[in-house]
Design a protein. Structure first.
Length: 219
C-alpha cells in the first residue's frame, strides 16, 4: 500500500534561557522518528542561529561573551542574517521535499529577546523578520515556559556552555519571558505553552502530546 505523501511541516521550539529546549528535543526525537518512519515522513532537526556553516559563524559572533559591544539592533540584524541564510540553504529545501523540520528557536525569539527584552519596537522586529523569512510562519510552535530565576540557575549549574545572552541581568530575562507570554497569548492557534519547570519526563510527554494533537495523521 502506498503511503500518503505529506507537505512539509515546520515546528519550532521556543523559550527563555534554561528552558531545556535542546534536552527535550533530544528526549522526544526517537519517538517522533519512529512515527515518522511508520508514516513515510522524514524529520530534520536544526537550530538558530546556526544549522549551516555561515549561520554557525554568525552564531559565534552573537554569543561570544567578549562581544559586549554588540547593541540590540546589531544583534537583531545578525540574527536575521543567519535566519535568512539558514532558511535558504536548509529549511526551505527540506520543506519543499515534504519533510518535518523542527527548529530550536525561530522568529519568536527575535520578538521576545530584541523586541521585549532589548526594547526595540516590536513592529520593527516583526518587519525585519518578515523581510528575512518572506513571511514564513511555523505550523506549530512549542513554547517551553520557565521562570527566569529557574532557567538561569539551570544554565549556571553547568547544563550547557554559558554565552553572552546568559550573562545579561535577570531583569532582561524577565522581560524576555513576559514577551514570550504576550506572543503566545496573541497566537493561540499556533503557539502551545508548556510548563518547563516540571521534570524532564513530564515536559517531554507534554511536548509529544502537543505535537500529536496538532498532527495526529503523522505523530
Amino acid at each position: 500500500m502506498t503511503k500518503k505523501k505529506f507537505k512539509g511541516i515546520l515546528i519550532t521550539l521556543e523559550g527563555p534561557e534554561g528552558a531545556g529546549k535542546t534536552t527535550i528535543l533530544e528526549k522526544i526525537l526517537p519517538e517522533l522518528q519512529k512515527n515518522g518512519v511508520e508514516n513515510g515522513v522524514e524529520i530534520l532537526t536544526t537550530r538558530e542561529p546556526g544549522g549551516i556553516r555561515i549561520a554557525e559563524s554568525i552564531r559565534e559572533i552573537i554569543l561570544a561573551p567578549e562581544n559586549t559591544a554588540i547593541d540590540g539592533k546589531t544583534e537583531l540584524l545578525l540574527f536575521a542574517a543567519a535566519r535568512r541564510q539558514h532558511l535558504n540553504e536548509k529549511v526551505r529545501p527540506a520543506l519543499a521535499a515534504g519533510k518535518v523540520v523542527i527548529i530550536d528557536r525561530f522568529i519568536d525569539s527575535s520578538v521576545a529577546y530584541q523586541g521585549y527584552g532589548r526594547g526595540i519596537d516590536v513592529l520593527d522586529v516583526e518587519m525585519i523578520n518578515t523581510f528575512a523569512t518572506d513571511g514564513l510562519l511555523p505550523d506549530l510552535t512549542l513554547y517551553l515556559d520557565v521562570a527566569a530565576e529557574i532557567g538561569l540557575a539551570r544554565v549556571m549549574a553547568g547544563e550547557r556552555e554559558i554565552n553572552r545572552l546568559d550573562l545579561e541581568a535577570q531583569e532582561m530575562h524577565e522581560k524576555v519571558r513576559k514577551g514570550y507570554k504576550t506572543i503566545a497569548c496573541a497566537n493561540p492557534e499556533r503557539i502551545v505553552p508548556i510548563d518547563a519547570s516540571k521534570d524532564v519526563e513530564a515536559v517531554a510527554q507534554d511536548t509529544l502530546d502537543a505535537i500529536h494533537n496538532k498532527f495526529p495523521e503523522i505523530f
